[in-house]
Design a protein around this ligand. Structure first.
Ligand code: MN
Length: 457
């Protein structure tokens, strides 16, 4: 496999060659206006705002708002991209530490108010303030030294203080452990990394996501040591915030528009105490439009889908593909495509999927002739291949995730729909109703004769 650059700038260059980067030189306000542009271009190119009101540094968004962007950045097609992500879990690659990195071209250790150097955007109307929405928090397990990466929202207050929300996974477990040990958790917040690094941070695994990023690249991730904390970060990042999280202190953070499209309420959450800010010479600030925007959804989807595929395939070998569709906010719903070899595999695949991710609560399993990227086709499978009394399973009272507002007492009921035919039905079914293929072809040949020269097709 051919090596590609590991920096956000390399990805943007690939996007530009592919016609998937738009530069906007007109002045744009960091206050809601950049987000509004990215909403209008939600299925469009990455956008580089070169002229942000009041700042030298540009803003960039829509870096991973569609799955194909990651494929472009890796120089592969989409099926190969999904294969690489799924395989990464089986063959992690240790990062390699290099002596110096572009992310430390500028090192600041005093007067660390981010608002004076970076155009931190205001995104959704009722958000508690200006937010860093594309920051990857790097930290280590205080007992084992195991490294973790996770994207977390960070509120930048007017006085420069930072509060963050840690999802109830690895980083927050590390922080809980630090609280037991009575010490702070060191963190580095990486902003402006290659989309493969962003995607890797979203694997639901206790593995080191930097090693997974290396596996996706096909060569070790190049890292540099931080200046004031005992952590390593991708050498070519645009911005790195170094600091500590006090394991006991909390301050009100939020509200914040989250991926379901609703606001997460204000809650007492951890504070990040900065010890250094390092950047490239002339850095850009990456943002993700949070809320129910395709970038917030898809950035979280690619690694989740790949690990779900791998998990279900381990139990049902005929599992071909998995999609977590945007309508299900790329978290709550999954469509699983299987080539059924024995009856009961549909339900087995569905239940395996439901146990793999706590946020995942509704699964539809379809046969391999269904296009899982076409929601109409998936609905057709439910309409024509599902018997509700046999094929719908509801499992009440499973552990959930507080991010799902429908959960009660951190529990949710989960739904499995087996929309596959039985092996016997599949064998005996007639082909889809249609005209004979040769007549369809003949009509195509005669088309202009039949409808004249109006050019109606
Ligand atoms: Mn993790």
């Amino acid at each position: 496999m051919n090596a590609v650059g590991q920096d956000l700038r390399d990805a943007l260059e690939s996007y530009e060659h592919a016609g998937a980067l738009l530069r906007i030189s007109a002045e744009v306000d960091w206050k809601f206006e950049a987000a509004a542009v990215l909403w209008r271009l939600q299925r469009g190119p990455a956008v580089l705002f070169e002229n942000v009101r009041g700042y030298e540094a540009p803003l960039v968004g829509n870096v991973l708002n569609e799955r194909r962007k990651l494929a472009i950045a890796l120089g592969v097609d989409e099926p190969e991209m999904q294969r690489r992500l799924a395989q990464a879990l089986d063959a992690p690659r240790m990062p390699v530490e290099v002596g110096s990195g572009a992310c430390q071209e500028v090192v600041l250790t005093k007067d660390l108010n981010l608002l004076s150097i970076l155009p931190v955007p205001a995104i959704s109307e009722l958000d508690g303030g200006r937010y860093l929405s594309a920051g990857i928090i790097v930290s280590k397990d205080p007992d084992t030294g195991r490294r973790n990466m996770a994207i977390s929202r960070i509120h930048v207050r007017e006085d420069g203080r930072l509060t963050c929300y840690l999802a109830p996974t690895h980083t927050s477990h590390f922080l809980q452990r630090c609280a037991e040990l009575g010490r702070p958790l060191e963190v580095a917040v990486v902003i402006g990394a290659h989309p493969a690094v962003m995607a890797a941070s979203q694997f639901l695994t206790p593995l080191d996501e930097m090693e997974l990023a290396g596996a996706i690249f096909g060569e070790p991730l190049r890292t540099v040591r931080c200046r004031t904390v005992d952590l390593e970060v991708p050498a070519g990042a645009e911005v790195v915030l170094e600091g500590t999280i006090d394991s006991a202190a909390r301050e009100l953070e939020g509200p914040f528009g989250e991926f379901p499209g609703t606001y997460a309420p204000a809650r007492p959450n951890p504070l990040i105490q900065l010890t250094a800010v390092t950047t490239r010479q002339a850095p850009m600030l990456q943002m993700i439009v949070a809320g129910n925007h395709p970038e917030h959804l898809v950035t979280g989807a690619v690694a989740r889908e790949a690990s779900l595929l791998r998990a279900v395939r381990a139990v049902v070998p005929g599992t071909r593909a998995v999609r977590m569709p945007e309508g299900g906010v790329c978290r709550f719903h999954a469509i699983v495509s299987i080539t059924k070899r024995a009856d009961g595999e549909g339900k087995l695949a569905a239940l395996t999927a439901l146990t793999h991710q706590d946020l995942l609560k509704n699964v539809i399993v379809v046969d391999d002739d269904i296009d899982i990227d076409d929601s109409r086709h998936v609905e057709w499978a439910v309409a024509t291949r599902m018997r509700a009394d046999e094929d719908v399973l509801i499992i009440p009272g499973m552990k959930s995730n507080p991010v799902d507002a429908m959960s009660r007492d951190r529990m949710i009921s989960k739904l499995a729909i087996d929309a596959t035919l039985t092996v016997g039905e599949m064998r005996e079914r007639l082909p889809m109703a249609d005209v004979p293929a040769e007549i369809r072809a003949r009509v195509a040949d005669r088309w202009s004769e039949l409808i004249g020269n109006e050019g109606v097709s």
